[in-house]
Design a protein. Structure first.
Length: 100
């Protein structure tokens, strides 16, 4: 969801929250950055997202479930962006994923 400011600039929840969490230079303070890097979805949330994603591929979601899946996607995007900002502040490289 985007809102429009009086000068016509588009603002997203992600941009607004990043400003709230940031300092005057637009960066996360190091203590907040370390906290953000430890955040993640619970096992219950991961299971729910998986269930919704599988059923979405089968076109078997109700409108409310589609909204829920979209909300999870937005939350995941926000978390990913915040973690990226946190890694930049702390000079931490992202963990590499291995395929099993």
């Amino acid at each position: 969801m985007h809102t429009t400011t009086t000068n016509g600039a588009s603002q997203s929840e992600i941009t607004i929250l990043a400003r709230v969490l940031g300092n005057d230079q637009g960066q996360l303070p190091p203590d907040i950055a370390r906290y953000v890097l430890n955040l993640g979805f619970s096992n219950d949330d991961k299971a729910r997202m998986h269930d919704l994603a599988v059923r979405n591929q089968e076109d078997a979601l109700s409108p409310a479930e589609k909204e829920e899946l979209f909300a999870y996607a937005k939350a995941g995007s926000l978390l990913g962006i915040l973690k990226s900002k946190a890694r930049r502040v702390l000079g931490v490289k992202p963990k590499t994923r291995t395929t099993a």
